[in-house]
Ligand binder design. Structure first.
Ligand code: SF4
Length: 342
């Protein structure tokens, strides 16, 4: 029991793990944990005798703990979270101009996908996170925010969610459970580099969350250079999987294009993207690449970004320019992973 996370357990699992007896007792504990409680003394509707029994068992709601907090002047908060085995991950709270708050969660310590433009990818892979370790990041970000609720969750932190789909699914079940945290599935996004079996698995078995794909380039040669995943599942296989996901969910898919100056950001690159995406229903997030020391890319100019967007918009596509939020704390896209050990 010691060292295990309770944050990733369903009411039924909690009841069993803590020998809570009546199912309503497990639901009480589950609700407290969902509201953010981390100690038994906070659970004031449990009988005192039960609270001291639980204190005696020494179970912990959270198995990990925030080790460092960085705040950007734009309001973004990055937490470094120390895991029970000493490994570390990062998670980020981003706030947009309308005040919507999004928790960007990690699902692996490091990442095995090796995207050339990504800091996390350059660090390698240590291990998968458990569902509890994923939910704990949400809990820590909510506590760090101090005010207002988190309305959205994106699996865009460290790691490839499709390679840890079991734990990601379980974490989503906890985050979206109306008996607990209760986020709408429509407010949860899984972002993948293009792991086709994972997309197909999700299409068939759910949950029906929003799907985002790091496209980066619609040219197999260039995408292969930037994203090794493309040599395993090329653009044709990826498109076929996305069409199946869209048929299963009816939802628009987000294509993310991390644009690097002079590499994949020309109007011709944009035209290739338009041709490739048709007839999928997509929206495109243009993400100006964020500088990472040591990586051989440059940020795109404003003119490159606007010319790229103009091609998409002329073709009738929705193209949003993702704000450069969190840059001051190295918490922006592709910048996570100062270290894998706290
Ligand atoms: S972009 Fe995502 S999938 Fe690629 S290396 Fe970075 S974390 Fe992994």
């Amino acid at each position: 029991m010691e060292g295990e996370s309770l944050a990733g357990l369903s009411p039924e699992e909690l009841g069993e793990a803590l020998a809570l007896g009546e199912p309503y007792r497990a639901r009480q504990v589950y609700r407290w944990i969902a509201r953010g409680a981390s100690g038994w003394e906070e659970m004031t509707d449990l009988p005192a005798a039960e609270r001291s029994r639980l204190a005696g068992l020494r179970p912990r709601v959270d198995s990990s703990s925030p080790a460092a907090r960085l705040e950007d002047p734009d309001g973004s908060i990055k937490l470094q979270v120390r895991l029970a085995d000493g490994a570390a991950v990062e998670c980020v709270l981003l706030e947009d101009l309308e005040g919507r708050r999004t928790a960007c969660l990690s699902c692996q310590v490091g990442c095995p996908m090796g995207c050339a433009f990504c800091k996390t990818g350059s660090l390698g892979y240590l291990r998968d996170l458990s569902a509890g370790e994923i939910v704990e990041q949400f809990r820590f970000l909510r506590a760090a925010a101090g005010r207002g609720a988190i309305s959205n969750v994106v699996f865009m932190g460290m790691g490839e969610p499709m390679l840890n789909l079991g734990a990601v699914r379980k974490a989503i079940a906890i985050l979206s459970d109306p008996r607990g945290i209760g986020l709408s599935l429509r407010k949860i996004t899984i972002s993948t580099s293009g792991v086709v079996p994972g997309i197909l698995d999700l299409a068939e078995h759910g949950p029906k969350v929003r799907l985002a794909v790091s496209l980066t380039s619609a040219d197999d040669g260039l995408r292969g250079e930037l994203m090794p995943v493309n040599s395993r599942w090329d653009l044709a296989a990826l498109k076929d999987a996305l069409a199946r996901y869209q048929a299963a969910t009816g939802e628009r898919i987000t294509l993310e294009a991390a644009l690097m100056g002079g590499r994949n950001s020309s109007p011709a690159d944009a035209e290739a993207l338009v041709r490739w995406a048709s007839p999928l229903k997509v929206q495109v997030n243009l993400i100006p690449w964020n500088k990472v020391p040591g990586l051989p890319f440059s940020e795109p100019s404003r003119a490159e970004l606007e010319a790229f967007a103009a091609v998409l918009e002329r073709a009738g596509m929705t193209a949003s320019r993702r704000m450069r939020r969190g840059r001051g704390v190295m918490g922006a896209c592709g910048q996570l992973g100062d270290t894998l050990r706290a």
